[in-house]
Every structure is written in structure tokens, then in C-alpha cells.
Design a binder for this molecule. Structure first.
Ligand SMILES: C[S@@+](CC[C@H](N)C(=O)[O-])C[C@H]1O[C@@H](n2cnc3c(N)ncnc32)[C@H](O)[C@@H]1O
Length: 209
């Protein structure tokens, strides 16, 4: 690891890290009261998280990622851009979500989660009936989940789990609604790789009713 990245993990991470104590106080996370709080699960190198945070300075962002090199990259961008609206959890997003109060989040991004394609590994997928119940709890009514994957089977799996939960609506009406990304989309590193390898992304939106 580059020495600057090691220094960021040592010095900047403690200043922006979100703990997972029960009943996390979201209002205390940011220096200014954000209009809304958006959460990104598994942000990888942070490309999408940082682009969103730059585009929406009045929104508070929380990103969760266990991959330490990815956390270091996101910290480098936070430092370079002087962002005060991004907080990080260097670890499992599940524990963070459990600690979040009800209705704390207005938008949840799950972008290219690990696909776990083998049948016996599918239970490790981040999207499950239980996690969708947690998403329902932390999202405010009208809030949304934005989910992207390049694995058709994971797209179908996720759709099934959201359709099975009456707290969510799937507003898609035509194929372009899942073939085209959102207007403020910033391609992620994993998406670029998937496209190079000939896989087509699916973009799904689920609204908390
Ligand atoms: C396929 S990569 C996609 C990364 C990024 N979203 C992108 O599109 O470039 C999946 C990411 O999810 C992270 N991840 C896996 N399990 C996780 C969990 N329980 N909580 C948060 N992130 C997780 C991995 O470390 C990895 O960075």
C-alpha cells in the first residue's frame, strides 16, 4: 500500500468513520445538517460515491466497504476534494444497516454486489428476504433502492425478493427503465470491467411505499 494511503487510514479514517453502536445518531455524523442521507453498500474504489457526493453537496453520504484499499482510495478523494459530506464504514454494511435508526436513509445504492453465482453460495448474497426487510426499516417512505448488476440471475433474484416484500414498489414500465442507468449515473470500476467482458448491466429501482 502506498504510504500516503496508509497515513490516510491512520489519520483521516478515524475522523470520518461511522461506528455501528446501536441507534446510531445520524444527525451527529455531519458538520451541517444534510437534507437527506444516502447510503452506498460495497463502494469498491469509491468512484460512484465520490461523484455523487460532489454532485449533491447538501446530501450526507455514508459508504460501507470492507476492502481496505478501496477505503484508502475513497479517503484520498475525500481529502483531495475537501468533502465534508461523506462518512465511511470500513467494514460490513450489514452491521451498519442494523445500527441505523428507522427511516434514516433516503436512497440506498447497491452497485454490483458480489454475485455468488454458485447455487450453494447464493445464500451469501447481500440481497435476501431478511436484508430487504432491513432496507424497508431504514428507508423513509418514498425513499429508493438503486441496484445494479451484470449478472442476469442476480437481477432476477433481487427483483423476486423486492416483489415479495409489500413495502416496496418496482416502478419500471419499459425495458429501458432497467437497461439504461439513472440520469446522474457515474460508471463504477466493476461496471467498466463487466462491459469490457461483454456483460450487459441491469439497473433496478425499488421505491419504499
Ligand atoms: C464486485 S465489487 C463492486 C464494487 C463497486 N460497487 C463497483 O461497482 O466497482 C463488490 C464490492 O462489495 C464489497 N462487499 C462485499 N461484501 C460486503 C459487505 N457485507 N458490506 C459492504 N461491502 C461488501 C466488496 O469488498 C467489493 O468491493
Amino acid at each position: 500500500m502506498r504510504s500516503h494511503h496508509a497515513a490516510l487510514l491512520r489519520e483521516l479514517l478515524p475522523q470520518v468513520e461511522v461506528g455501528v453502536a446501536p441507534r446510531l445518531d445520524c444527525a451527529a455524523l455531519f458538520p451541517l445538517q444534510p437534507r437527506e442521507i444516502w447510503l452506498e453498500v460495497g463502494f469498491g474504489g469509491g468512484e460512484h460515491l465520490i461523484a455523487q457526493a460532489l454532485a449533491h453537496r447538501d446530501i450526507g453520504f455514508i459508504g460501507a466497504e470492507p476492502f481496505v484499499n478501496g477505503v484508502a482510495k475513497a479517503l484520498a478523494s475525500i481529502e483531495k476534494e475537501g468533502l465534508d459530506n461523506v462518512r465511511l464504514r470500513a467494514g460490513d454494511a450489514g452491521a451498519l444497516i442494523e445500527a441505523l435508526p428507522d427511516r434514516a436513509i433516503s436512497r440506498l445504492f447497491i452497485l454490483y454486489p458480489d454475485p455468488w453465482p454458485k447455487r450453494r453460495h447464493k445464500k451469501r448474497r447481500f440481497v435476501s428476504a431478511a436484508s430487504v426487510r432491513q432496507f424497508s426499516r431504514i428507508l423513509r417512505p418514498g425513499g429508493e433502492v438503486r441496484f445494479a448488476t451484470d449478472i442476469d440471475d442476480y437481477a432476477g433474484w433481487t427483483l423476486r425478493r423486492f416483489l415479495d416484500n409489500p413495502d416496496f414498489a418496482w416502478p419500471a414500465q419499459r425495458a429501458d427503465d432497467w437497461r439504461l442507468p439513472w440520469p446522474d449515473w457515474r460508471e463504477t470500476r466493476y461496471e467498466a470491467k463487466a462491459k469490457r467482458e461483454g456483460r450487459r448491466p441491469v439497473y433496478s429501482t425499488f421505491v419504499r411505499v
